[in-house]
Design a protein around this ligand. Structure first.
Ligand code: AMP
Length: 143
């Protein structure tokens, strides 16, 4: 366990409750996925379980076993949607490890040989670009 408690007012909890908007690409009974608003590469997604936990350290193993399957599904869709050469999966646990939002999430980042990763939590992306990128992922998921 992390030793710190889950805060129901974190930004992803608010997105899950529909209190703030997100560019959603996927939802099932246990999971939501949406575009990262400060993408490290075009098509950067976040895959988030509906069940509350700060991160992997306090997560129910049953939640982890379900979400990793959705991470794979989204990684394949993002790779196809952005014609990527590869996909980087990232997941941070507590501030010392780089975590900034304290609801478990997996980063899914399509990668091209020619495009270096931009900084973590760097620059806000244009809303129209996020919207278009979300549509590309949804199309790949549907195909
Ligand atoms: P982490 O450092 O792993 O906790 O990552 C949190 C991620 O959430 C960062 O990549 C941020 O760019 C992203 N982020 C922060 N606020 C939002 C938001 N409202 N919608 C989508 N992504 C967000």
């Amino acid at each position: 366990m992390s030793g710190q408690s889950y805060d129901d007012n974190n930004i992803f909890a608010k997105i899950l409750r529909g209190e703030i908007p997100a560019y959603r690409v996927y939802e099932d009974d246990h999971t939501v996925a949406f575009m990262d608003v400060m993408p490290q590469a075009p098509g950067h997604l976040l895959v988030v379980p509906k069940a509350p936990s700060r991160n992997m350290l306090d997560a129910d193993p049953a939640v982890l076993s379900k979400i990793i399957q959705v991470v794979q599904k989204l990684a394949l869709a993002a790779k196809q949607a952005f014609e990527a050469d590869g996909v980087t999966i990232m997941q941070f646990n507590e501030a010392a490890a780089g975590q900034t939002v304290y609801h478990l999430h997996f980063h899914v980042v399509p990668r091209s040989e020619s495009t270096p990763l931009r900084p973590h939590s760097g620059q806000m992306e244009d809303g129209d670009i996020l919207k278009a990128n979300a549509e590309k992922v949804r199309t790949a998921l549907a195909g």
